[in-house]
Design a protein around this ligand. Sequence first.
Ligand SMILES: NC(=O)C1=CN([C@@H]2O[C@H](COP(=O)(O)OP(=O)(O)OC[C@H]3O[C@@H](n4cnc5c(N)ncnc54)[C@H](OP(=O)(O)O)[C@@H]3O)[C@@H](O)[C@H]2O)C=CC1
Ligand SMILES: O=C(O)[C@@H]1CCC=N1
Length: 267
Amino acid sequence: MSRKIAIIGGGNLGSAIAFGLIDQSFIQAESLFVTRRQIAKLGTLGERGVNVLSDNLFAAQQAEWIIIAVKPHLATKVLEEIKSAITPDKTVISVVTGVSLEQMRKAIGEGPALFRAMPNTAIAIRESMTCIAAADAPESTQKEVVELFNQVGQAIIINEELMNSATVLGACGIAYALRFIRAASQGGIEIGFPAEVAQLIASQTVKGAASLLIENKKHPEFEIDKVTTPQGCTIAGLNEMEHQGFSSALIKGIMTSYLKIDKIPTE
Ligand SMILES: NC(=O)C1=CN([C@@H]2O[C@H](COP(=O)(O)OP(=O)(O)OC[C@H]3O[C@@H](n4cnc5c(N)ncnc54)[C@H](OP(=O)(O)O)[C@@H]3O)[C@@H](O)[C@H]2O)C=CC1
Ligand SMILES: O=C(O)[C@@H]1CCC=N1
């Protein structure tokens, strides 16, 4: 990509995006500007040739595309800080939870194309699921933004009303899936494996299950039916998990996360 990109807020997600983009060679390291106040913590990106700095305005002045990746309560402040650098030809993409396109427009003013994107931390290894919502952006710019996030996983356009749902299912979802793997590993240790072997088996098995659905595009129960031998051990274990509230716990957790989003301070 010939454009320059600035990532304002190089924390967990901002850095993950940076690593994903340079590892995929989507952008040259020297065309990427990543900011945070404690720049020493961006050392690894700096060693890879990325411009690491604490001057948000300078970073935004250099780039055509500006990705905002600070915590929700800092988003408006940061947008106002870099406002003078956001000329109408630029594209601003916020990955901030709970900050609407309308709030962004209010902080920046009319002109630039605005997007909200909700990737997850697997973006660092180019395996993100990213949901994107656009405001007043030409079709061609929307395509470019989807293309950017397709470089580092799978990206789709959604209506902004679904952005909180996308946050929970896609971004928080990484943590839910990892907690499943941790629990499976702990069970694996109890039935005989050393911890690292249990984790490998649990992780690769989850990867395989996800890949079956993504490649075959069938309902999970279709694949489960292939595993559950009548009177076998799989159905016995699955039924016990459901008696203990497995699916119900997950759905209730998803709803709790969803209801929490509107309570996250964005000012
Ligand atoms: N983590 C995740 O899985 C996901 C997070 N999100 C959203 O992404 C955003 C970032 O989350 P996350 O990466 O986890 O949070 P982090 O706290 O890890 O990252 C935010 C970064 O912003 C930096 N920062 C704070 N103030 C400024 C400033 N004035 N100028 C520039 N940088 C600043 C902080 O570094 P320093 O203190 O050194 O300045 C910090 O590293 C949040 O809005 C979150 O809701 C969305 C999807 C997934
Ligand atoms: O937990 C949070 O609030 C953010 C949003 C999605 C992932 N992390």
